[in-house]
Design a protein around this ligand. Structure first.
Ligand code: FE2
Length: 296
């Protein structure tokens, strides 16, 4: 008898490019690594930026990010370790700490500060910038704090624990949709912890731009049964837009972010903390900010 199966065979997405982050400082001297830089904004549409920060030296983070504006997109901050206080001009305030997420929709404009609430110890995390479609860029600002215990987790039979920040993993929906639900989305944001040597699979729409980022140990993108490529510590691996799933293999202790989203296919115009579609809109953003229109 011949073994037969009706389970569809899924093709794995392959690794297109490995990216080494650029060391920089932002805010009041906060040391960080800019992993997703502006030259990758078209390729990784709708993602505009990914910063990684991690230090146990307060000189690297103590200054925080004092008041600054944003317009036209969303910021998603994922705190692995540490405590940061958020305050904004729309009246939102929150404390972001160990394992929690802050999902902020700048929309038509906010001024906010992100300040450390610790004088020692480790501060580690990520900030992702997620673009808004043209029709939603001027929406009302929104804000959500998601505590660590509110983030659903999946434990696969292979021993991989997945924190589902956004999107769906093995039938479990993430903690966040959109702060404003401005438009429906299934943007995927997974924090994948390999608790033993294992393989992890996640279906991905081939049209969605996707990348992985290794922040503990190293991972492999399995491209075919006998073929894989390594994504070393602190490297971003951009996945090709072919195939229906990503397959990751790693040893116990490895941690990887997997992020994927539907591209907007709209022009991107950025001037610092403003991301619009045209230069005229950027000039308007600067003028509105200078005229105090970001503060209610
Ligand atoms: Fe900010």
């Amino acid at each position: 008898m011949t073994a037969t199966t009706t389970t569809p065979i899924l093709i794995n997405r392959r690794l297109e490019q490995l990216v080494v982050g650029r060391a920089t400082r932002d805010g009041d001297g906060v040391k960080l690594t800019r992993v997703l830089t502006s030259d990758l904004q078209q390729r990784l549409d709708p993602f505009l930026m990914l910063d990684q920060f991690g230090s146990d030296d307060p000189k690297d983070y103590g200054g925080g990010f004092p008041d600054h504006p944003h317009r036209g997109f969303e910021t998603v901050t994922y705190m692995i370790a540490g405590r940061m206080r958020h305050q904004d001009s729309a009246g939102h305030q929150g404390l972001l700490q160990n394992g929690g997420v802050q999902w902020m929709t700048a929309g038509k404009g906010v001024i906010h500060s992100e300040m450390p609430e610790q004088e020692a110890g480790v501060m580690e995390g990520f900030q992702l910038w997620l673009n808004l479609p043209a029709k939603d860029k001027m929406c009302e600002p929104g804000y959500r704090d998601i505590r660590s215990e509110e983030i659903p987790e999946v434990l696969t039979p292979q021993g991989v624990r997945v924190r589902v920040i956004s999107g769906t993993c093995q039938g479990v929906s993430g903690a966040v949709k959109r702060a404003t639900d401005a438009y429906p989305t299934d943007t995927l944001y997974l924090d994948i912890h390999f608790e033993q040597d294992a393989v992890f699979e996640q279906p991905l729409n081939p049209a969605y731009n996707a990348f992985v980022y290794t922040y503990r140990s190293k991972a492999e993108v399995v491209e075919a049964p006998e073929q894989s490529q390594s994504v070393a510590l602190h490297r971003m691996g951009i996945l090709r837009n072919e195939g229906q799933q990503v397959q990751l293999r790693a040893k116990a202790g490895t941690r990887v972010l997997l992020i994927a989203g539907q591209p907007l296919h709209e022009p991107i115009a950025q001037y610092g903390p403003f991301v619009m579609n045209t230069r005229a809109e950027l000039m308007q953003a600067v003028e509105d900010f200078n005229n105090g229109l970001f503060t209610p």
